[in-house]
Design a protein around this ligand. Structure first.
Ligand code: GTQ
Length: 349
């Protein structure tokens, strides 16, 4: 039999650690519990941005730089615990973009996927991969990764939307590529409404096969979303943790609309409070209609009004409350990635 092992110097390891350090080596046992934590520890904090505070600053940006010069005239929503990183949560980017009448935000494409959720105005449009779509408040517009997109405005008054991108994730993977289009506004090859009619009407063209990663529909109009939610509010059993909660879908395969970003719309009836809930994905909420309260466990409840934005880090327990009338929340998160990697977990209390 072998002799049992005896430690030579277990008291003062510092000289040994210095030797390791000079060789670009590090002892795992000093960091193991942080590397492989018992549960997720987001750096981001829960945080609310009020529309009435942010909107005037965005309009001020409109007076100080053109959309052409800025390329994208956006105020980035920076999580207070992640300042300088252009992150609203540990994994998500969000910003508020302004476009004014007659302006064009020039065409480009990048490997980051983007969603736009329209907050104000009419007459704004986005052109995506050769088709233009007009923006109305509450519409969800997709610009799938590596598709040409430019934004413009043929109407009157400011048009404002929230940009939702997977910038931190693509940055982490070091897979960012971008290109500028030769023209500021890309040409269109299909009439407005083409994709909606072809793919977004409960019908699909016979004999056409689809790539599985992104939805062939790129505008999900609020008029339809709202109609669905309100109809269900009259008949559907309400999930105690989620309310009446629907995800936007790729009609070709039933999956999320994009590989990295999962948008959701939900309605809470008047006075309804959800039970405490948490999930691994981090999310950004926008209150679309009504007045609401978000209560994150251990924190003072925050009141939200229309167009207020709330950053919800992953694995934070929270409840939503429809304070006065019924309320509608848009949210997006990185849940599709968690699901694809087998990492998604939720806890319903
Ligand atoms: O509209 O293409 O907020 O590329 C950040 C990066 C918007 C856009 C952002 C972008 C865009």
């Amino acid at each position: 039999m072998n002799e049992p092992h005896v430690l030579k110097n277990s008291v003062d390891r510092s000289a040994f650690y210095k030797e390791l350090d000079a060789l670009n080596l590090a002892p795992l046992w000093e960091v193991l519990k942080g590397l492989v934590p018992a549960d997720p520890r987001p750096t981001a904090a829960p945080y609310a941005w009020q529309w009435t505070t942010v909107r005037p600053q965005l309009l001020a940006a409109g007076g100080s730089i053109s959309a052409e010069e800025a390329e994208r005239r956006v105020l980035v929503l920076e999580n207070p615990k992640l300042r300088g990183k252009s992150q609203i949560t540990d994994t998500l980017y969000a910003g508020l973009q302004l476009i004014l009448p007659g302006e064009v935000a020039p065409a480009h494409r990048h490997t980051q996927s983007a969603l736009r959720f329209v907050l104000e105005g009419s007459g704004g449009y986005t052109a995506v991969a050769g088709e233009r779509t007009t923006m109305h408040r509450g519409d969800l517009i997709l610009t799938p990764f590596w598709t040409w997109h430019d934004h413009g405005h043929d109407g009157t008054g400011p048009v404002i939307w929230m940009d939702c991108l997977d910038v931190p994730l693509v940055g982490f993977l070091k897979t960012g590529f971008r290109e500028e289009h030769a023209e500021a506004a890309q040409g269109t090859s299909r009439p407005e409404g083409y994709s909606q009619a072809m793919y977004g009407s409960g019908l699909l063209p016979v004999g056409q096969s689809f790539g599985s990663l992104t939805s062939p529909v790129f505008n999900y109009p609020y008029s339809r979303t709202r109609e669905a939610l309100h109809r269900l509010a009259r008949t559907k059993e309400i999930d105690p943790h989620l309310g009446i909660c629907l995800r936007y879908v790729n009609p070709a395969n039933g999956d999320w609309v994009m590989p990295t970003l999962g948008p959701i719309m939900r309605l809470l009836p008047k006075g309804f409070s959800t039970s405490m809930y948490r999930s691994t994905d981090s999310a950004v909420f926008v209150l679309v209609e009504g007045e609401a309260t978000i209560e994150v466990e251990g924190a003072t409840p925050v009141k939200l009004k229309e167009n207020d934005v709330f950053a919800m880090p992953g694995w934070c327990a929270y409840r939503l409350h429809a304070s006065t009338g019924e309320c509608v929340f848009f949210s997006f998160s990185d849940r599709p990635v968690h699901e694809k990697l087998g990492l998604f977990r939720e806890e319903r209390r």
